[in-house]
Ligand binder design. Structure first.
Ligand SMILES: Nc1ncnc2c1ncn2[C@@H]1O[C@H](COP(=O)(O)OP(=O)(O)OP(=O)(O)O)[C@@H](O)[C@H]1O
Length: 620
């Protein structure tokens, strides 16, 4: 049982033959639906052009027959001296003009196809990208942290503009060639239903094998996605400005590149096996089809020589055979490219259909306004983790008071903030704001009340002012507010020295972008938190680690003044910062080890007192 289960997880699942055959068409209808929603007019135009481009080649072949037969008849009449040349030429030239018209129509249909495809590509790419990004906005943090899910998101984004249309084009291409083949069949059946039967039977095996191998490739690609993801990651580390500094200094390039190559080699071996098998079978079975074609061709020639077919009919069949072969091989190429598009769409739809089970309440006021924040027996375990990151947390913070969290790395401080901001919900216990469970609160109202800077705050590659404005979307472009926030965050001084002040582009991604030091970025982040004027809960998760001592002292002096009637939560490893808090929690292994204000914790003589003295010695 266990081994079967393990097998099921590591090997591509096997399906029935019919399902494997139909696998390549699995997402065609969804791709069509998508195209239909994007533009009905263009989709109908595409269908019309496909139909026209599919039927007309057979019409051209038929007119070709009429021309040759008319020529032969006219030649005979002319030889017998039956009629003047001018009278004889009329009908023949009419057929030639008809053929020219048909060929011109084919060209028009093909241009129409190309034009509509290129317009649809742009519209569809935009539509799919917007769908992906809209969905991203509704997802929870834990979904982003799930590696498989994140993988789906990145892959969905990467090829959003080409894949869906690729599948539609191939499906339409297949339809067009299918229509051509059927219309050739209609012409051929007049020659002999048997010949048609032989041709169909001859072509069938190569179709089935092509579809089947495409299905195999589809499953293979899905199954190997973790390796592909590792390759993508290595590419990022090796070629991105934010990691290249360290990669160079540690001399990691050869090591990472070697890993990158080894992944490729293992994937390539599988690819090669599949490709060789596929092409070998394709060739052998294709030969069967070609034999059938040329067998029927020989038959036509024999019948013509024996006088059972006219020269015109022979010309027509000859054209039908040639074009039939071309349509067949175009269909096979379309099928073999479809698995990758299918893979893309399966991934896209799995991403788009990811459930967003997030209940959010409607409260905009708590049951007991002014009660502040309460944690009651809160425990939390990260999805997929074995041990809880927090357990049995109780705390109460009222307006006008400050709370500091201290503890070694990984003790659970940031996790507590993530629960408070409802990036996650507790596994056990509850968190109350103004007497009401966070789950009952309207999420937007809740988030408006909280101003937070995380350790890993975002360095937006936007203007300085916009980096501040991000803290309050309602005042995103409000320059007066930017200046006020920058003053509080101690960023005013260095912003004044920048080339375009608040309008200076930050980061190196865009032309003219300026890079800031670690401490300057922190000041920007701090100022961003100050943009949230309505927030009455301020959370600073190690906001000053990269600042110089004078800046840090100034930040906290201002912070205390600003936060007089607010609730503040502060995480810091510097005890000089922590000591001023009204309430200090020492967290260890996700539990509260000690609590109290600075004097009482010092008097207690426990972990806090020991660490405080240790740091004080370091400064002495
Ligand atoms: N997204 C996550 N998924 C799974 N486990 C996580 C995740 N984030 C943190 N953890 C784990 O939860 C525990 C608590 O992490 P947390 O980030 O809360 O620590 P912290 O006290 O803030 O540490 P630091 O002082 O280093 O910032 C750690 O053991 C960590 O490995």
């Amino acid at each position: 049982m266990t081994s079967r289960h393990a097998h099921a997880e590591t090997a591509p699942p096997r399906e029935g033959r019919l399902a494997a055959f139909l696998g390549v068409f699995r997402y065609s209808h969804r791709a069509l639906g998508l195209v239909w929603q994007t533009s009905r007019g263009l989709t109908l135009g595409l269908a019309l052009c496909t139909l026209v481009a599919g039927v007309l080649p057979a019409v051209a072949a038929w007119v070709g027959q009429l021309i040759v037969d008319a020529v032969v008849a006219a030649m005979a009449q002319h030889r017998d001296g039956g009629a003047p040349l001018a009278d004889l030429l009329g009908p023949v030239l009419r057929y030639v003009a008809m053929e020219a018209g048909v060929v011109a129509l084919i060209a028009l249909a093909q241009r129409g196809l190309a034009a509509q495809q290129s317009l649809l590509r742009a519209l569809l790419g935009q539509k799919v990208n917007v769908m992906i990004l809209e969905k991203a906005g509704t997802l929870s943090l834990s979904q982003f942290e799930d590696s498989e899910f994140y993988d789906k998101l990145t892959r969905a984004r990467r090829e959003a503009s080409t894949r869906p249309l690729g599948l539609v084009n191939k499906t339409f291409g297949l339809a067009q060639n299918g229509i051509s083949l059927v219309s050739f069949g209609v012409l051929l059946v007049q020659f002999s239903p048997w010949a048609l039967g032989v041709l169909v039977l001859g072509a069938l095996p190569v179709f089935v094998s092509e579809a089947r191998f495409s299905g195999d490739a589809f499953r293979l690609f899905r199954w190997r996605s973790p390796q592909t993801r590792m390759q993508m990651y290595l590419e990022t580390v090796l070629a991105r400005e934010d990691s290249i500094k360290e990669v160079k200094l540690f001399g990691l390039e050869p090591l990472l590149l070697d890993r990158y190559r080894r992944i490729f080699d293992s994937l390539y071996a599988e690819d090669r096996r599949l490709t060789i098998r596929r092409e070998t079978w394709g060739f052998l079975l294709g030969l069967l089809g070609t034999l059938a074609f040329y067998g029927a061709y020989g038959w036509v020639v024999v019948d013509t020589v024996a006088g059972r077919l006219t020269l015109g009919e022979m010309t027509m069949y000859l054209m039908v055979f040639k074009q039939g072969q071309a349509a067949l091989s175009a269909s096979l190429t379309a099928i073999s490219g479809m698995y990758e598009d299918n893979l893309y769409l399966s991934n896209l739809y799995e991403y788009l259909e990811q459930p967003v089970a997030r209940e959010t309440g409607r409260r905009t006021r708590g049951a007991r306004p002014g009660d502040g924040i309460r944690f009651e027996g809160v425990s939390f375990t990260y999805p997929g983790a074995e041990a809880p990151a927090l357990s049995g947390i109780d705390l109460h913070l009222t307006p006008g008071h400050s709370l500091a969290l201290v503890g070694v790395n990984g003790s659970g401080k940031t996790t507590l903030i993530k629960l408070l901001t409802r990036l996650y919900d507790p596994g056990e216990g509850r968190i109350l704001l103004d007497g009401s469970d966070l789950r009952e609160w309207d999420l937007a109202t809740l988030r408006r009340r909280i101003g937070v800077i995380f350790q890993d705050f975002v360095r937006y590659q936007l203007k300085v002012g916009e980096n501040l404005g991000a803290g309050d979307v309602a005042a995103f472009g409000d320059e007066a507010r930017w200046q006020e926030a920058a003053r509080r965050g101690l960023a005013e001084e260095f912003i004044a020295t920048m080339p375009a002040g608040y309008h200076t582009q930050l980061g190196r991604w865009f032309k003219g972008g300026q890079e800031l030091s670690g401490g300057q970025w922190q000041k920007i982040a701090l100022a961003r938190a100050y943009m949230r004027e309505d927030a009455d809960i301020l959370v600073l998760d190690e906001p000053t680690a990269a600042m110089d001592a004078a800046a840090e002292a100034a930040v906290y002096a201002d912070f205390r003044a600003h936060a007089r009637d607010k609730m503040t939560v502060l995480i810091s490893h510097r005890f000089s910062t922590v000591r001023a808090a009204d309430q200090i929690l020492v967290i260890d292994g996700g539990r509260i080890l000690e609590r109290g204000d600075h004097p009482s914790l010092m008097a207690e003589g426990g972990r806090y007192a020991r660490l405080f003295r240790l740091q004080a010695q370091g400064y002495a």
